[in-house]
Design a protein. Structure first.
Lengths: 431, 390
């Protein structure tokens, strides 16, 4: 049986018996050969009857339930599930996901057509209910905004776009990078894995169709708690991977507005006042929603999240002074440990296909582009972003260098823009 | 003197454009590879527009956009959806007693590339069978008769009858361009996009009334694609979003935000405002509206002053009727927006009285102001009528 197995589904869960059964039932109704699939449920410190119910339920595929007691967090649970897997591919599903009927077959298809180091991220699609309140609308919009850019052809993926809720990858790749880092249990463990996968040369793919419904969106107080956890986790992340420091929010303090400076000051130096305002803001947010003053609600909501994030970081560092010291240390560490960038120079006059071939074989971080004698510019390296590949080239050049390329084409007489425009450019080549 | 409306492709700009001695100026629409990219107003001398003036206007108004389009073409990236078949949609024309305009609209629609779209005409309580007869000359067009008057009621009927998930609306006095439907529907790839509006240019500017309308109430919202995201956009600033004469909606999103309010818009005491009300509710619900300037349609503005005055009065009524509706459904900011807008109306009126450049003529300004005052009462009357009509 093991030889025909293609995919092990790993489901970490904590006290969500009904959700796990819903997930398994949805998987069971999916369009795939059940002989190709096994499921490992990791009950992480469950004190409901998830373990009994999971073992008693019967599906088209075998289900193994690992009882991980006491609970040790989702990263450890996922690693335990992966350790018990027998198939060459792993698919991690969060317990609050209801997979689309084609999820498994879509992930299998993408892996079949890929080069063997592909990581497939499925969309955890939030449900937009007609009676959604402002907070639910904001959370739904945030998720959909993420998916929109990830779906664009030629998108250059970043480490933080590797969502662990629906994630499949070859088991040997997962093992090679060392699995989830268990020091990040509960927050940022998936982007942290994403960073190591990108460094290992993994190719990220995103699929909305191979996603599922995301049932348990955080309410306002859960999101505040999550922001505190993100503040804590970002300190760990920047320490573990100093090259990520420029893109971690903790480093982005220069040039921020007066309001954000005040919020940081409250989080660092006068948390009793900040916490009092946070409690007051909860009442205010309710009133603003009743009056339907969306703009003010959004600003206040964002302010509370920002404050909670910084409180999380300050608390994790052990207070305001140690936190400031840690931030300075991380800033210093980042500049000292900067890794050399892999650069490549290409000539677009040789044709876009040739450039794509060069980029695919070299996989640079940064691309210098010229058109014959004209230096068009640079596609920059993105900290925590994929190395450039052929699939990125056209969109990245269009994004960064379409203006200079258009001018170069006109000066060469290779474009079909207005003859008048070309005449004026020819008269003033410096323009 | 009248304004000539001219279209030119920037890849083939002539050295001289003859428009005729009846025109003192010209409104030029520039295209690149068939896609609308900008417009300019130019003087006409001895019935001609000089090529140098065209190039200068092109550089000033459009800038380097044609060069960027060339770059995209060199990279093998299509700058628009014009040449790419899109999933089928339903095209709807709501009409009332304008058979000649309807004939032109359907002629333009019949020239759209065939992507499997269906075309519906909703005849909103017309007084004769002329519209039905026009539709009978277009065999692929489905005719629906709505006995109860009201543009929003007709739009809702179309939403109920449409076969496809995306429904594109055009007015009977508009003529969609060949790439119109594809440009609209291509934007629905994003599931949060509930509505797409397009660029509406005048089809003619032959009379002073039409020129004034274009100057003060133009449907053109620029040539830059703009995404109005309900997560961050104020749902009361909907005038810049576009107009109902050129829009497409996703039916499933309207199941969440609600359909058109039958108490609003043409054919009811409120005279307009149905599109703005829907745009506001879409944004308030966190969905997106995309303004897509390559979705071009041409609109015939009102030719005579009495028609124009009635239209401007109707806009005033519609805006305040829509704000009243929003207020009554719990949007307390509608009152603030209504009060804030009134002083601007008065300032506009005073500027018109002193004949300041760009100001609306006083009789139009006054008509709009009268409409604003009437709006809330018109809405109340309209709701009552809609309730009685069932």
């Amino acid at each position: 049986m093991t030889s025909s197995l293609l995919l092990t589904v790993v489901i970490p869960t904590h006290n969500r018996r009904a959700a796990v059964l819903r997930l398994l039932a949805a998987l069971d109704a999916g369009s795939f050969d059940p002989a190709r699939l096994e499921v490992v449920v990791v009950a992480d410190g469950c004190d409901d009857d998830t373990v009994t119910a999971g073992r008693a339920a019967r599906f088209r595929f075998p289900v193994t339930v690992i009882d991980q007691s006491p609970g040790r967090g989702p990263a450890t649970a996922r690693n335990a599930g992966a350790a018990g897997a027998r198939a060459p591919l792993l698919l991690f599903l969060d317990d609050d996901i209801e997979p689309s009927p084609d999820l498994v077959s879509i992930h299998l298809d993408i892996h079949r057509e890929s080069s063997g180091h592909c990581v497939v991220v499925g969309a955890p699609i939030p449900i937009r209910r007609p009676d959604a309140d402002f907070h639910a609308i904001a959370v739904w919009g945030w998720w959909e905004q993420q998916f929109e850019s990830m779906r664009e052809p030629g998108h250059r993926f970043r480490y933080d776009e590797v969502f662990g809720g629906i994630l499949s990858l070859p088991r040997d790749l997962f093992e090679r990078v060392g699995g989830f880092d268990e020091t990040f249990n509960g927050c940022r463990e998936d982007p942290e894995l994403g960073f190591r996968l990108l460094r290992a040369g993994a190719e990220i793919r995103f699929t909305r169709e191979g996603g599922g419904l995301h049932h348990e969106l955080r309410d306002r107080s859960q999101l505040l708690e999550r922001k505190r956890a993100e503040g804590r986790a970002d300190l760990l992340l920047a320490r573990a991977h100093p090259s990520l420091w420029p893109v971690v929010r903790l480093s982005q303090v220069a040039g921020t507005s007066v309001a954000l400076k005040v919020l940081r000051r409250l989080a660092f130096d006068v948390p009793p006042v900040g916490n009092g305002l946070l409690r007051l803001s909860s009442v205010l947010l309710d009133w603003l929603e009743r009056l339907r003053w969306r703009g003010t609600w959004r600003s206040l909501h964002a302010a509370t999240m920002y404050y909670a994030y910084w409180r999380g970081a300050v608390a994790a560092a052990g207070g305001a002074r140690p936190c400031r010291a840690v931030l300075l240390e991380l800033d210093d560490l980042s500049s000292k440990s900067a890794e050399p960038l892999r650069e490549l120079e290409v000539d677009l006059a040789e044709g876009i296909s040739k450039v794509e071939d060069q980029v695919e074989s070299d996989r640079p971080d940064l691309l210098r582009v010229r058109f014959g004698d004209f230096a068009l510019g640079v596609i920059p390296a993105g900290p925590g972003a994929e190395r450039l590949a052929a699939r990125h080239v056209r969109r990245q050049i269009a994004r960064w260098l379409d203006g200079p390329l258009g001018v170069a084409l006109a000066l060469r007489g290779a474009g079909s823009a207005s003859p008048g425009l070309e005449r004026s450019l020819a008269l003033d080549p410096g323009s | 003197m009248a304004t000539a409306v001219v279209e030119l492709d920037v890849g083939d700009l002539p050295h001289l454009v003859e428009v005729g001695s009846a025109y003192a100026q010209a409104l030029v629409l520039f295209r690149a590879r068939g896609v609308p990219i900008g417009r300019a107003e130019l003087p006409v001398r001895r019935g001609r527009i000089e090529g140098d003036a065209l190039v200068a206007a092109l550089l000033e108004q459009v800038g380097s956009l044609p060069l960027a389009l060339d770059a995209q073409a060199y990279l093998g990236l299509s700058p628009s959806a014009y040449d790419t078949p899109q999933p089928p949609a339903t095209v709807v024309v709501c009409t009332r007693d304008r058979p000649e305009d309807l004939d032109q609209a359907l002629t333009a629609i019949s020239r759209l590339p065939d992507d499997g779209q269906e075309v519906l005409v909703v005849d909103s309580a017309s007084s004769s069978s002329a519209s039905r007869e026009v539709v009978s000359r277009f065999p692929s067009v489905r005719y629906l008769r709505e006995e109860r008057p009201g543009l929003d009621r007709a739009r809702n009927r179309a939403l109920s009858e449409a076969r496809f998930g995306v429904v594109a609306f055009t007015d009977d006095d508009a003529r969609p361009d060949r790439g119109w439907l594809r440009a609209l529907t291509a934007n629905f790839v994003d599931p949060r996009t509930a509505c797409v509006t397009g660029l509406t240019m005048p089809s003619e500017l032959e009379t002073p009334a039409q020129e004034w309308f274009e100057r003060t109430n133009s449907f053109t919202r620029g040539f830059r694609r703009t995404v109005f995201d309900g997560i961050e956009t104020d749902p009361f600033f909907v005038a810049r979003v576009g107009a109902g004469a050129n829009m497409a909606v996703r039916r499933s999103a309207l199941d969440v935000v609600g359909r058109f309010d039958p108490a609003l818009d043409a054919g009811t005491p409120t005279r307009s405002g149905g599109d703005h009300d829907l745009f506001g509710r879409i944004l308030a619900a966190g969905f997106r509206i995309v303004y897509e300037p390559t979705a071009l349609s041409r609109h015939r503005h009102r030719r005579e002053w009495p028609e124009l005055r009635a239209a401007i009065f109707g806009y005033g009524v519609g805006v305040y009727a829509y704000l009243t509706r929003q207020f009554l459904t719990g949007e307390s900011r509608a009152a603030v927006v209504a009060l804030r807008w009134l002083p601007w109306q008065l300032v506009g009126l005073v500027r018109g009285l002193f004949r300041r450049p760009g100001a609306m003529p006083p009789r139009l300004g006054l008509a709009e102001l009268r409409g604003c005052a009437v709006g809330p009462f018109a809405y109340r009357r309209s709701v009552r009528q809609a309730r009685d009509a069932g």
